[in-house]
Design a binder for this molecule. Structure first.
Ligand code: G3H
Length: 264
């Protein structure tokens, strides 16, 4: 596959999961913003994905201080509006100027029984509101041990992208997150990450004519930190990272954003 081009600007997205109230969120974004320089934003898109309750505060800070940090949500409803207690719609997130919404994170699939059909409906709801879905795919340890990771991930990809046309897939982000590497300290090797990310790009080329495969950003996620990001980013088909635990530490997250300065 072709190496990353300027049309695939790397994206480092910090998924805070269920951490940080709105006051803590402001403090964390301020620390990041203090450390990040213009050159960082030129090289990398930097995004935070706070809990829903903190998005408005992050928006206010980003707007007031004209920060280059992007932000988004960790989930979105598949429904547009109505009697869905506890749900947050894509149009509500668009009103908060969210750039991204994660869909199909393995924790949603596992704890909330989200199927590929639901994940697909969420991705389409996000796109309809001009929000880029970050579509998560990834295999469990049993699948990995049996060598079925590529087939498993491609089936999730096919399901997640169903009925999404080429002009919309261009703005979709795919995150490959092997479930066995999330929050465990076990990182996939750069070669493991490249194998699956390359297979994802090849499948995108099969599914879509006209070049979207070369434009879609594919992230790796799973115990990413300053010590392993450079090797992962050296892979041709990895265009960034979805970072969990390390994104809660501003120093570590900024280090990840500056992976170019780190040894491979
Ligand atoms: O969304 C992020 C991933 O689940 C990775 O989390 P982690 O970096 O804590 O392993």
């Amino acid at each position: 596959m072709a190496p990353a081009t300027p049309s695939r600007k790397p994206l480092m997205a910090g998924n805070w999961k269920m951490n940080n109230n709105h006051l803590e969120a402001i403090a964390l974004v301020q620390k990041m913003a203090f450390a990040l320089k213009e050159a960082d934003y030129d090289a990398v898109d930097v995004a935070v994905l706070p809990p829903f309750t903190a998005i408005r505060s992050v928006q206010t800070l980003v707007d007031a201080d004209r920060l280059g940090i992007q932000y988004g949500a960790q989930d979105v409803s598949q429904h547009a509006s109505g009697a869905y207690t506890g749900e947050i719609s894509a149009s509500m997130l668009a009103k908060l100027k969210c750039s991204y919404a994660v869909v199909g994170h393995s924790e949603r699939r596992q704890y909330h029984a989200e199927t590929d059909e639901i994940v697909n409906a969420k991705a389409r709801a996000a796109l309809a509101a001009d929000i880029s879905p970050i579509l998560c795919v990834g295999e469990g340890l049993d699948v990995r041990k049996a060598g079925g990771q590529v087939a498993h991930v491609l089936a999730q990809l096919d399901g997640g992208l169903a009925k999404i046309p080429a002009d919309q897939v261009r703005r979709t982000v795919i995150a490959y997150e092997p479930v066995w590497a999330i929050g465990t300290g076990e990182t996939a090797t750069p070669k493991d990450a490249q194998e699956v990310c390359a297979a994802i790009r090849t499948r995108l080329a099969e599914l879509y004519d006209g070049g979207p495969a070369d434009e879609v950003r594919i992230l790796y996620g799973g115990s990413v930190k300053g010590g392993n990001i450079a090797g992962i980013m050296a892979q041709d088909d990895v265009d960034g990272a979805l970072v969990g635990g390390a994104s809660l530490d501003p120093g570590e997250f900024v280090k990840i954003c500056r992976y170019r300065d780190l040894p491979v």
